[in-house]
Design a protein around this ligand. Structure first.
Ligand code: MLT
Length: 406
């Protein structure tokens, strides 16, 4: 056998590829339908002027001998690592050093690749429902046992639903790697300071490593919800944090992210910071210079204001989606500190059945909750990343459709 047989175990297509394929078929059959996309969390606002300005300037630099850039530093340019250290961490009173920050090309790749630092037998826990990349990447690495059509036999699921207020329970069995995400994808719910303290204590007690995804942190409003796990004392000895410019600043096409691997994080006598540097310098030649300059501009005074305006725009869409559901008697979570709204499908419908009804009767695309894990069965996610106009139209269509279903 020369192939990685673990690929044979995983469901045939990635969740968002399956959704895209079904929508493509529908549009082929109904070419006149005006389909509104509230499925994958892809942004629609153009890049902020400050970002575009920096991008143009960096492109022009490439036409000069002095400004031309070839291979960049392996962990990212110092200017961006410093901007992130100050702009994401210093600004909330958290001490993260630039050399603990690694620039990547997106949280999807970073969160999929980070598992390479851990042993083949490390036991993994994920919240359920969860961003499928965490699960699929570990499945490809052979860490999850076999898939029984619903669950992986070797994965620890931490169910989150309305019964437990979407607070992931501590694992019942020993685990070594824990993926947490706040504001969470797909549910849009957040973890409180007390929740995070409990997890950090758990990891300190057991030696587990937490992989904390903050791709949606820009959507947090107010000061009550933690924006980084490093706001919790001792987290630098147990947690890696993954951040992204995709949703914050519209970089889903440009691609730029960061991973914090603290110097204090060691296991079995090895520094995870040194291991990640070794991994990245072997397998990755860096995010383009022009993109890193564009990301740096997010932290300029204009950049901050402009990207915040975009985040507020999406949050307004999110509030409208949630209010529309609730007015129709469908209780929902998320949409407050998050671009995602999560709810139980009306009339006990299963996730894919509701997907079909929504697409066929209202020409709206959403994401079936079951695609995010077994506890997502019978649930659904709508995203706020479309335009305000399309979101209003979707809300009107939902307001007409839902009363016929509930
Ligand atoms: C999502 O819709 O969950 C995200 O857009 C997927 C991603 O960020 O890769």
């Amino acid at each position: 056998m020369i192939i990685n047989t673990h690929f044979g175990e995983i469901p045939q297509s990635y969740l968002f590829s399956e959704v895209a394929e079904r929508v493509r078929r529908f549009e082929q059959q109904q070419p006149d339908a005006r389909v509104l996309r509230l499925g994958i969390g892809d942004v629609t606002r153009p890049l902020a002027p400050a970002v575009i300005g920096a991008l143009h300037a960096a492109v022009d630099e490439q036409a000069t001998t002095e400004g031309f850039q070839g291979y960049g530093p392996e962990a990212g340019y110092e200017f961006l690592r410093e901007a992130i250290a100050a702009g994401e961490y210093g600004s909330i009173g958290v001490d993260v050093a630039p050399d603990e920050i690694f620039i990547g090309d997106g949280s999807k790749s970073d969160s999929a690749n980070i598992q390479e630092l851990f042993s083949e037998t490390a036991r993994v826990a994920v919240t359920d429902p969860v961003y499928p990349v965490y699960v699929d990447s570990n499945a490809m690495a052979g860490r999850l046992g076999s898939f029984d059509g619903e669950r992986w036999t070797g994965l620890t699921y931490l169910p989150c639903d309305d019964a437990n207020g979407y607070r992931p329970p501590l694992p019942a069995e020993p685990v070594e790697l824990i993926y947490l995400c706040s504001p969470g994808n797909p549910t849009g719910t957040t973890m409180s300071r007390a929740d995070l303290e409990e997890w950090v204590q758990y990891a300190r007690r057991t030696g587990a490593v937490i992989l904390f995804d903050v791709a949606y942190r820009a959507f947090i409003t107010g000061d009550d919800v933690p924006r980084s796990i490093y706001e919790i004392e001792g987290a630098d000895e147990v947690a890696i944090e993954l951040g992204s410019f995709s949703k914050t600043a519209g970089f889903t096409g440009l691609r730029c992210s960061w991973t914090v691997v603290p110097k204090n994080l060691t296991r079995d006598g090895a520094s995870l910071n040194a291991m990640w540097l070794r991994r990245q310098s072997t397998k990755f030649n860096g995010t383009p210079y022009i993109v890193q300059r564009a990301a740096e501009a997010v932290y300029s005074a204009d950049g901050r204001e402009q990207v915040q305006a975009d985040v507020d725009y999406y949050l307004q869409n999110a509030r409208l989606i949630r209010a529309t559901l609730e007015q129709a008697g469908v209780s929902a979570v998320g949409g407050e500190h998050s671009p995602y709204v999560w709810f139980r499908c009306p009339s006990g419908m299963d996730s894919w059945a509701f997907f079909d009804v929504l697409l066929e009767q209202a020409q709206i695309v959403g994401t079936p909750g079951v695609g995010f894990g077994p506890t997502g069965a019978g649930h659904f996610r709508l995203s706020a990343f479309n335009t305000a106009e399309a979101t209003r139209e979707a809300a009107e269509r939902l307001a007409k459709l839902l009363p016929t279903l509930v």
